[in-house]
Every structure is written in structure tokens, then in C-alpha cells.
Design a protein around this ligand. Sequence first.
Ligand code: CP
Ligand code: NVA
Length: 315
Amino acid sequence: MRHFLSLKDYSKEEILEILNLAKKIKKETKKRIFKPYMDKKTLGMIFEKSSTRTRVSFEAGIYQLGGIGLFLSSNDIQLGRGEPICDTSRVVSSMLDMLMIRTYGHEKLEEFAKYSSVPVINGLSDSFHPVQLMADYMTLQEHNLDKNLVVAFIGDGNNMAHSWLMLTSKLGFELRIATPKGYEVDEAILSQAKVFAKDSGAKILITNDPKIASKDASVLTSDTWTSMGQEEEKKQRIKNFKGFIVDEKLMSLGTKNAIFLHCLPAYRGYEVSEQVLEGKQSLIYEEAENRLHAQKGVMLWLDTKARENENGDTK
Ligand code: CP
Ligand code: NVA
């Protein structure tokens, strides 16, 4: 059973295959052609954290594919009152065709997947946000920025930085990550990315200097300084992240046509300036819309694999 918990479990060919599927469905969607690729399929969406984009794109996406989404807030289901994951997962997967989970510890997702009889998708964990990266890369492909790609990630060494690490380690582009001291990426994830990079040819640079990371980069990207679950550290983080704003000065260090990406929600004046976010180099709204299309690709790909599995087809 294939799940979609992290890009570390995916090959370059598979990532590109899913994106090709996503782009094909996007074309149809733009013409308001909605084929029932997942007729009567049910997607359960468990949220332990807030969400705008992830919830709307998954729910609209499964509906457009001919299925239906069930929004399950952990406040309302027994999981939030302590029902074990092993029970929740076995029960809900016996009634559903696919599960999407947004949670804290990545190990919770792995446990869900272990007990689930249907594919599980990571809708963001403290470690990774792989569906976001599918949308991000799709946006870059659509702007022909996937050739000679140099990405500068400026900010927290958290789930988004980790996901960029996994993506480059599989696809083989250049990634520079600039974090303040003490907010570096997870060592184990970095080591794993470096192992994959040996095969893909990815170049990875880790620095504490945003200017070094941004020099001649074709993409600059940032993320909130205070992720969900870190709210109590907000004041301290604002102090410690001083100088890590992506503003016009930093953007000017990138290539002439450099673009800005952000997974959103963005906090103007902190990790990105108003001018950059609203400026002509920013692709944030296309990126956000691509969540819908990329995830339709992910769901359809997983559903096809699950059906092949049922039929004993190991291709
Ligand atoms: N980028 C993203 O996942 O947004 P939401 O938190 O609104 O889902
Ligand atoms: N790093 C952010 C991403 C939000 C989509 C968080 O985890 O809150």
C-alpha cells in the first residue's frame, strides 16, 4: 500500500509522473471538465491543526474527482479524547477510500499509515509538508523555472525547509537554506537528503546568511517564523529571526527574473515584505491554487496504485 507521507518514499520518476497527471487534470478542470476518476470515493480529512488551503483544496479536489470529503476535526472525533491511533485508523479506513491527516509529530502519521487499509496522505506534520512541495514544483514547471533551478529558502529549518530538502534530493536541483543560528534543519533529515543527493546530483548548501543563500537564486522562498504549535515562542522568534525577511533588497540578489514562493499563510513585515508578497515576482496565488490541482494528481495516483494492489498487479 503506497502512502504519501514524505517525498523520501518517492522516486524522481514517480514525482514527475504525479505532476504530469496533475497538469493533465488541471487542463480539464480549467475547461470545467470534471471526469469521475474517483467516482463515489470517500476521503477522510483529519485535522489536528488549523487550515485554509489544505482543507479547501482537498475537499474541493475530491469532489471534482467524483468523490466526497469528510472534514474530521480532532476536536470532534474521539481521537481528540484519547482514542488510540491504531483503533481510529483501522476503523475509519474500513469505511473510507483514502485518508488525509494534518498533525504534529510525524510518527503519528506513520502510525496511522501502519494500521490503515487505505492510502494515507500527509496534509502537514511538524517534519514535512509534501503536498505543498508538489504544488510549488508544479508552479515552477509551469513557468519553465525547473531548468537550472536554484532555490533559496530563507527562514526556519522546519517542515517547509525539510520538504524542500527532500524534493531537491530526489530531483537534483540546487538548494540553499539560510536559517538563524539555533533554527537549523533537522540533522537526520539533512543526512538522509545528502544520501539521496549522491544519486540525483542535488547541491545543498546550509548557511546562517540569507545573502549567501540568495545570490543568483532563481527562486526565493520563506515560511512563517512561528509555525503551528510554536505560538508560545513567537516573541522570542521575532527577535531571533531579525534580518531573515525576504524584502526587495534580498530579492535583488537573485537572478533578474527570480520569483518568490510562500506556502501561506504569510505574515507581512516578518518573513516577507508587503512589496515582495504583492510584487510582480511573487507567484504565491498561483502556487496556492496549484494545491488543488497537485493534490488531485496525488489522490488519483494513490487510488490507481491501491486498485492495482487489490488486483494483484505489482507494476
Ligand atoms: N499552506 C498551507 O498548508 O496552508 P493551510 O495551513 O491554510 O492549509
Ligand atoms: N511551517 C508552517 C507551515 C504552514 C502551512 C506551519 O507548520 O505552521
